[in-house]
Design a protein around this ligand. Structure first.
Ligand code: ADP
Ligand code: FBP
Length: 467
């Protein structure tokens, strides 16, 4: 293989540039040219295909740095329907004209579906990413646990009964995805900062974190020591939650609750999906889980609860919500993400060059051997109807009585986070946070330099010389 393409699809993470860097550095070693495709699958749909050479003369371009968050290639959630045959043919033809012999898609479970139709024509490999940590399996047989329930007159629904009630760390397929560690780091900091203000003002803080239907970020938020963690996988037992909130408030005059954005009530309704809007990739856009929970607690505790304790005039003043939001997805990646993203990018290049198609580079862990790189055929993630499900927290990782990670959940987190920060992360903070140069300089966006490197397949309708 002499020339491969790389793109970043779906939501961004802080570790995308690190993954692209790993792809390109390994390609340099193997003598392969790498073309970056701009804005995910969207770039392929554009007849001009905006792209750039990431390693002219087998030297990585200086704009590509593993320690800078986001993606120099841009990302999108553009959907290419596999049934739009003409569009697909045009996409493949353009990629061929670029001389691309294989493509690395940096993405999550949605991206595997996105690359599928293209992989019928051009080999594809996935380098994993997603802050949600929902790409992978709790154990290899997990896809067989899904059942598709068809009820006449209703939309068919998936349901699952876990065939395994206990797990081993080494069973987990793709232990952690690049982006997750940095997101948890940001969340833990946000909780610590929210904590002291809730503590000072005798308030109940509800902190909403991302993750869609997966509670991994909420689980990792335990590093910020919230009093209560609510994960989407376990329907909220409102009675028990109220009891716990009252207990904690009596004890310490404030409570910090973390809520994963996809949390459900006991009827299975998502608290944050009141407006059923979806993004272009078909994902539900969650808004308002924390506000819905705030409303529940306002009604349950009532103004009298706070007035009686002379803390606040009403419950609305006493209970506040904060979303950590997109800060979870942005900024400098911490060492764990930088290191393993780079490794996984390199692994994806190797997969392609060694003739694999539709394969995923994975990060495995075992207590005996620590972390190691591996790979898996994407189809192993599919259930018998061909569906890939986002990985959710297995109940064995969460203690629903304590609203905290279980013993196994803590064992899961430790290998990722015990050495997740590097000395250079601390040095970066020391040198950079209040660098006086920042006061007089505008933010030097990498997009400006990348723009100068962009090439287009068909500039204004004129087909340039083939590359
Ligand atoms: N079934 C599908 N068919 C075609 N494209 C898809 C499909 N599912 C997702 N995609 C595309 O894959 C990309 C990434 O999907 P998304 O769900 O946004 O992120 P992630 O890969 O992180 O899960 C998007 O451009 C999306 O449109
Ligand atoms: O802001 P956006 O792009 O609409 O997406 C928000 C969603 O993206 C995520 O960050 C994850 O994105 P991916 O599934 O693409 O990895 C979710 O945690 C969040 O719900």
């Amino acid at each position: 293989m002499r020339r491969i393409g790389v793109l970043t699809a779906g939501g961004d993470t802080p570790a995308l540039n690190a993954t692209i860097y790993g792809v390109v550095e390994r390609a340099n070693q193997l003598g392969v040219e790498v073309i970056g495709i701009i804005k995910g699958f969207g770039g392929m749909v554009d007849p001009r295909i905006p792209h750039l050479r990431l390693n002219p003369l087998r030297t990585t371009i200086p704009e590509l740095r593993p320690d800078i968050g986001g993606t120099i290639l841009g990302a999108s959630r553009t959907y290419i329907d596999k049934n739009e045959k003409e569009l697909l043919k045009a996409v493949v033809a353009r990629l061929r004209r670029l001389g691309i012999e294989g493509i690395i898609c940096v993405g999550g479970d949605g991206t595997i579906n996105g690359l599928q139709p293209i992989s019928d024509f051009i080999p594809c490999a996935l380098a994993p990413k997603t802050i949600d940590n929902d790409l992978g399996l709790n154990y290899i047989e997990e896809p067989n646990d899904w059942e598709l329930i068809e009820t006449p007159g209703h939309k068919s629904k998936y349901s699952r009964i876990y065939s395994r009630t206990e797990l081993e760390l080494a069973d987990i397929v793709n232990y952690a995805t690049p982006g997750y560690a940095t997101a948890v780091f940001v969340v833990a900091q946000a909780i610590e900062r929210t904590r002291t203000t809730a503590e000072s003002h005798r308030r109940i803080a509800i902190v909403e974190v991302m993750g869609r239907d997966s509670g991994y970020i909420a689980l990792g938020s335990a590093y910020g020591q919230p009093d209560i963690i609510l994960v989407p996988e376990i329907p909220i037992d409102i009675e028990r939650l109220e009891r716990r909130v009252r207990e904690i408030y009596e004890l310490q005059k404030h409570v910090v609750i973390v809520v994963g954005e996809g949390v459900r009530d006991e009827e299975g309704h998502q608290l944050g999906a009141k407006s059923a809007s979806v993004d272009p990739a078909g994902n539900i856009q969650f808004t308002g889980a924390s506000e819905a929970l705030q409303q529940i607690l306002i009604e349950r505790l009532g103004d009298g609860y706070f007035q009686h304790r002379r803390r606040h005039d009403n419950a609305k003043q006493a209970i506040f919500t904060r979303k950590v939001g997109h800060t979870q997805r942005g900024g400098r990646p911490i060492m764990f993400d930088r290191f393993y993203a780079t490794q996984l990018g390199g692994k994806a290049t190797e997969l392609l060059v060694h003739g694999r198609n539709n394969h995923i580079a994975t990060l495995q862990y075992s207590p005996e051997h620590g972390f190691k790189l591996d790979s898996i055929a994407a189809n192993k993630l599919r259930d018998r109807w061909g569906q890939i499900h986002a990985r959710t927290l297995h109940p064995y990782l969460y203690d629903e009585k304590k609203f905290q990670p279980s013993k196994f959940g803590r064992a899961y987190l430790k290998p990722i986070f015990t050495q997740a920060l590097g000395r250079d992360d601390v040095e970066h903070l020391l040198n950079d946070a209040f660098n006086p140069g920042k006061l007089s300089m505008v933010y030097p966006s990498v997009n400006v330099d990348i723009h100068k490197r962009l090439e287009h397949l068909e500039a204004d309708g004129i087909d340039p010389d083939p590359i």
